[in-house]
Structures are given as structure tokens and as C-alpha cells.
Design a protein. Sequence first.
Length: 188
Amino acid sequence: MTTMSLINMLLEFLKIGSVTYGGGLAMIPLLRDIAISNQWLTDSQFANLIAISQTTPGPIAINMAAFIGYREVGVFGAIASSLVLILPAFIMAIVLSNFLTKHRKSPIITAAFVGLKATVIGLIATAIIQVGLVSLYIDDSGDLLRFWRHIDPKAIVMLVVSYLLILKTQKHPLYYIVGFGLISIFIW
């Protein structure tokens, strides 16, 4: 990777860290867009990365940035990508905490947070749809017009069964992740 490519990667992660409110899940659509547009990952690889990032310790967005950074540059890329992703939020939290504490009852601040919460829900919903499409789709070509002809029936069954089981049992997520991961090994 060239120095310009490294700088581009770090600027992309800095941009995402600067404009995203709502944590790692809210960053997923933006991370996907930069990973696909920069050809760091395919849609299928990105969906796999989400699964891996959810099963490893740490925040999902940092795990994803570290993986992409490591894959593109090595250890330095992993560390640098993670740092530039979290640095803007860290600085904003320090700078804004005093202001928000003083003005937390302001109608303007309250209204701003209502809008931010709604936006975060939209970003998370976008991530769910994007990952769901890739996870349930057999063909990795990305042609969503042919989507319905290429749905993986096993993935649909796993989705429905896991959803119903989660609703009924409400166990710790680790049980579902490990259980359905093992089941999928045997049926795929």
C-alpha cells in the first residue's frame, strides 16, 4: 500500500469517526460504503467481517477498522485505523460534556437529541438491511434485481428459527452465536 493509500484509508476512518453518532452499529453503513468503494472488501466479506466483529471482544466498529487496517497495512494500519476512528468521538465527548451538562434541559438540545436518536435508528436499520441482503443471498455478484431467485433457503430457515428461539428463550447472545455458528457448519 502506498503512502497516499494509507493516508486515504486513515482519512476515511477519521471522517466516519467525526460524523457518526450512535456507536459502532450506526457506523456500519458508512464502513460498508468505504470498504466497498475502496475495494478493501466485497459485500460478502463485509458481512463475514460483521459476524467476526460481533463475536470478538470490543466494539464492532473498532474491530472492523482494525481488521481493514491490518489487512491493508499490517499492525500499524490496525492501530492507526482504530485510533483515527475513535479519536473524534473521544475529543467531542471531552469538549461537549461540560456544555451538555450545563444545557441538558434546553429545548434546543433536547430536540437535537431526538433527531440524533432517530438518525441512529435509521443507520442501524440500514445496516440490518444491507447485511441481511448479503447474508441471505447466494450469489455474490451484488445484482439485487435477481435477489429473489437467489435467496438461500437454509439462511432463511436459520433466520426464522433463531428469531423465534431468541424471542422465546431470551438467553445470553453468546449461546445463539455459538449454537447457530455450529449448526451452520453442519448444514452448509
